[in-house]
Design a protein around this ligand. Sequence first.
Ligand code: BDP
Length: 706
Amino acid sequence: ENGRQAWLRYAPLPQGHNTPLPSSIIALNSSTNSPVNTAGQELQKGIQGIFGKHLSVRNTGKETSSAVVGTVSQFQKAFGTSPVKDKLEEDGFWLNVKGTTVQILGQTERGALYGAFEYLSMLAQGNFSNVEYAMNPAAPVRWINSWDNMDGSITRGFGGNSIFFTDGHVISDLTRASEYARLLSSIRINAVVVNDVNANFATINPANIQGVGRIADVFRPYGIQLGLSLDFASPMELGNLSTYDPLDPGVIAFWDDITKQIYHRIPDFAGYLVKADSEGTPGPLVYNRTLADGANLFAKAIKPFGGIVMYRAFVYNQLPDEGDWKADRANAAVNFFQPLDGQFDDNVIVQIKYGPIDFQVREPASPLFANLLETNTAIELQVAQEYLGQQCHLVYLPPLWRTILDFDLRVQNQSSLVRNVITGERFKRPLGGSAAVVNVGLNDTWLGSHLSMSNLYAYGRLAWDWTSDSEEILQDWTRLTFGLDNTVVDTITQMSMASWPAYENYSGNLGEQTLNDILYTHFGPNPQTLDNTPWGQWTRADHASIGMDRTVSNGTGFSGQYPPEVAAMYENIETTPDNLLLWFHHVNYTQKLKSGKTVIQHFYDAHYEGAETAQNFVTMWQSLKGKIDDERLEDVLFRQVFQAGHSIVWRDAIVNFYNKISGIPDDAGRVGHHPFRIEAESMELSGYQPYVVSPFETASNSIAIV
Ligand code: BDP
């Protein structure tokens, strides 16, 4: 149990079973690249694992007492009629289980494969009910963005090196890429962009197009399409042109040609992802062209082949000269993109990070979702826990994601939930959906942590249906990953559901963002970097007050980017929810919250509470000994012990910091007092000297030993 099978273990059921099973599998397409063929193999493998029963896979036969998998039209051809009563959309499927007769039919082959995984997921969880239903996706784009680099490293990768690249080319053994595709198809992901958004032009040289073509080949049987991130300056770097101006005929011809080469090798290529004019990447603004000019350049090249362009809204330049309190990076996306609404081609989707800054522990929903009414949009989430403990901390993310996706932006004073915007439903857009940054690597656990895999599983389930319940998804995942024992399911549920609030409590409260090291690691506490970096993630804390005034009346004007009802809510301290108070307002540490506590006392209490919850995770996890395999038990325990310790590092650094700059004591007398702690400098030291550290909050009493 090293985790490599993730949630597709097909472990034998604990008490055996006596439910009659189909006596054979009929897969209505047997060509090796076909997802229906894959579905047949997967059914065989799953039933073998779960029940120890070997079923043969055929491509014709008698329907009764068989599990038949195929498309609706393949079924009609084979059996004369279709049993499907509901409308199926692209990628949708129909599952009909009547005792030993099972029909799994997709609108497309990919949908049929999804249906097979759905049936297997039921069986693996011991659910033998008769069912009959159709399922359709919330949106056509359910993508993953890998931030893998050609040298084999992964940007913000915490689970080993790339499963796709090494040394400037595609790796020869693509076994892991194929296993990854299997996992992803079981959660109904339909495309993976394989290279980092900070793209390398070499990815699209002729040899590498052949290489990524091999990745597409191993993805294809699982219904996963391949996408690529582009370097906007490739016409210069790779094509030897003197410009990359998006309106230049030579540049247009360059991209037409590259696109042709890609489709020649990968006929089902999904599309491009573009990060331009952002954090130093080249883009159309260099030539005084608009971001729409940039996006449409690729859209036109790829349109004849049916591909799409995901153009990222993560573009910002509002970095202040010192003292410029109006500057606010949060304003950038709307400032850049809103004036271009209606100018993007129909096969462009603007891909928007969930909040206006950058994957922080708490952000308001990006107001850009409310400002693009004639443009396709998608939400960008991050399974990679870049700012959220980097897979060394348990942080179950769906509750955070749902907070954003369920937020009502009240565009034109009508219900406008973010999830209904991105699916295209609210503004009647033809395309939309989501992308998640996922950092799987060569580690057997994929993400470096067994428990973090619940985030990947849940992302797929939510991208298919944003109304799915975070806790139910988690419980399905737990049963599939760790077995059916109720104590195991309850314990992992309790830990996971408490984990995002705990992390927020010990890492940064009241909309302050994650107070971590923003300059380099994005990991441990470093509250001072937030106001001393060029990245624009500010707390604006001084000795008396804290928070960033983003009101229209006094601040940066950000709150005015929301439609009137929401803008009015955030403009006013009284109506701003406590958990975003310091995101929108600059207040005294003594400001009273709705809870009745002061801001500073809330900081102290929350940090102690969050760290205490993380301590409890250790004992909760230890209680599972004997109920799950030792290998994964020990591996997770190691991480939980780390999290417990690191949460104390977090707690003490942040409370010491605010205690010192505000000078306001903790009502409960905890800050600075650690009755059970033996300070290193108080010990008898041999060969060590006390040392005053800087920044002061990184050691208790500011003293370490060296
Ligand atoms: C930041 C990451 C950086 C990414 C950037 C992005 O630290 O590595 O390139 O986001 O999303 O959070 O483009």
